[in-house]
Design a protein around this ligand. Structure first.
Ligand code: PHE
Length: 466
């Protein structure tokens, strides 16, 4: 008999941990640029609608599955067994986070490297256009990798309450304070308002089918849906906790952080380069963080000096690093929980196994940027050579999440059944029964949400790989 399952110690602890998972590079960089390029206020409006109408019900479904079965996703899906489909869903919710953790580690390691660079006073070097290419293939990266893996291990090995919850309670308030500080600072810069205007003023002419698809995918992964995380975190929730209310709070926090990040990034860009050709802003968060923003920070030395500019860069990279670390913790917890629940391993043993095996994959990804040919040209599709890193990103981050979300919806409605799902949500939330929210969630999960998720999945497969 294993020890009693550990639970989050408080509602706020759960909320901060789930928000820590949700708030990541996607919010801080991906969202602002996506919004600015795709219609500003118009994109925000569509994004908010998706969060409310589609993502929130899926989020509640995942949390409810976890809390009901008190197990990792693999165990939850198979404990009400009955057919291969559900064990496929279970396996997908373990393999997906495992692989995402691998590629997300690579980016977190880079962020850490840039943070160290800024701390050492090397902002001018970071801003050099050729630096990123050299940096990712330098041996320094391996040292940073050890630090990042060590931090994740250290946080997770202490368990749910003393590790994940405590980590989130320290990192998340720090993140909020830095974000608010940077937003206020950036808004006081000359010419900042042009950026705010570019970010917010709605331009409905930019909205088309692919923007809509993009907004939904962005909302989906920004809330950490389809990765098994919320099932796992749900399994650490007490019965008396309010799943419905907590989910709303997490979604709101995530969206507000994403929105605020736009008030930090776009005014900074416009203020230092009013002639910014916004169409040339990269869609990729990676090139924005590592190539574009360091240049902007360096340009700030004109008004606040080199040290001032370095401080801004340090704050920014610390902010992104905290966000990435809490996301990495949450995603690594999923396979950890599976090894603990399914194999009966101790957390230490599970984390050691994962640390080593994921470490090997991560190193393979790090070597796939030109150092090892076979990894650099790992596969070829859609007319391009893809590195191992690209392939993992394309499959596990960009394609499979809506499918996992779809399986979660189908599981709740057809396997677990609506009345059981509703009973679970009523626990801890007395006003749920008979409410509008209940009616809406039940309707949406059994009708249009699965259809929309299926369409997105098929559309992504068709456009990405053929
Ligand atoms: N929600 C995160 C983001 O917006 C994505 C993520 C979550 C990535 C968990 C990895 C692990 O960036």
């Amino acid at each position: 008999m294993t020890a009693a399952r550990e639970h989050f110690g408080s509602r706020i602890g759960f909320i901060l941990a789930a928000a820590g998972s949700a708030v990541g590079i996607g919010n801080l960089v991906g969202f602002p640029v996506g919004a600015a390029k795709n219609g500003g206020g118009a994109f925000l409006f569509i994004y908010a609608l998706f969060v409310l109408l589609i993502c929130l019900p899926v989020m509640m479904a995942e949390l409810a599955i976890g809390r009901r079965f008190q197990k990792d996703p693999l165990g939850a899906y198979s404990s009400s067994a009955g057919g291969g489909l559900w064990s496929i869903a279970g396996w997908l919710s373990v393999i997906t986070p495992y692989m995402i953790a691998v590629f997300y580690s690579v980016i977190t390691v880079w962020i850490f490297g840039y943070l160290v660079g800024a701390l050492m006073g090397n902002l001018d070097q970071l801003a050099d256009p050729s630096y990123f290419g050299q940096f990712i293939n330098s041996n320094e990266v391996f040292i940073h990798l050890i630090v990042v893996v060590g931090l994740v291990y250290f946080i997770l090995v202490s368990g749910v309450k003393d590790g994940i919850e405590k980590g989130a309670k320290i990192l998340m308030p720090g993140l909020f304070i830095m974000l608010i500080g940077l937003v206020i600072f950036v808004l006081t810069l000359d010419g900042a308002m042009a950026g705010v205007k570019y970010y917010i003023v709605p331009d409905f002419s930019k909205i088309n089918a692919s923007v809509i698809n993009g907004a939904l995918s962005q909302a989906f992964f920004s809330l950490s849906l389809g990765m098994g995380i919320l099932i796992t975190y749900g399994s650490y929730m007490e019965r008396r906790e309010n799943v419905v209310g907590s989910a709303k709070f997490v979604a709101l926090t995530d969206t507000m952080v994403a929105f605020s990040a736009g008030l930090m990034i776009l005014p900074a860009i416009f203020s230092f380069d009013p002639a910014t050709d916004t169409d040339a802003l990269s869609d990729s968060s990676v090139s924005l963080i590592f190539s574009f923003l360091p240049k902007i920070f360096l340009a700030m030395q004109v008004s606040i000096g080199y040290v001032g500019a370095s401080i801004v860069a340090i704050l920014f990279f610390t902010l992104v690093f905290f966000a990435a670390l809490t996301s990495l913790v949450s995603i690594t917890e999923v396979p950890t929980a599976s090894l603990v629940d399914e194999k009966g391993y101790s957390r230490k043993k599970a984390l050691s196994i994962l640390g080593v095996s994921m470490g090997v994959f991560t190193i393979a990804c790090i070597l796939s940027f030109g150092r090892v040919d076979f990894l650099t040209q790992f596969m070829e599709y859609a007319g391009a050579n893809k590195s191992l890193f690209d392939v993992i990103y394309d499959i596990f981050y960009d394609t499979i999440l809506p499918l996992n979300g779809l399986l979660a919806c189908l599981f709740v409605i057809y396997r677990w059944k609506k009345h059981n799902f509703n009973e679970e949500l009523e626990q801890g939330s007395e006003d749920y029964r008979g409410s509008f929210v209940e009616k809406y969630i039940n309707f949406a999960l059994s009708t249009f949400i699965p259809v929309v998720l299926l369409l997105i999945f098929v559309n992504t497969v068709a456009t990405k790989y053929f």
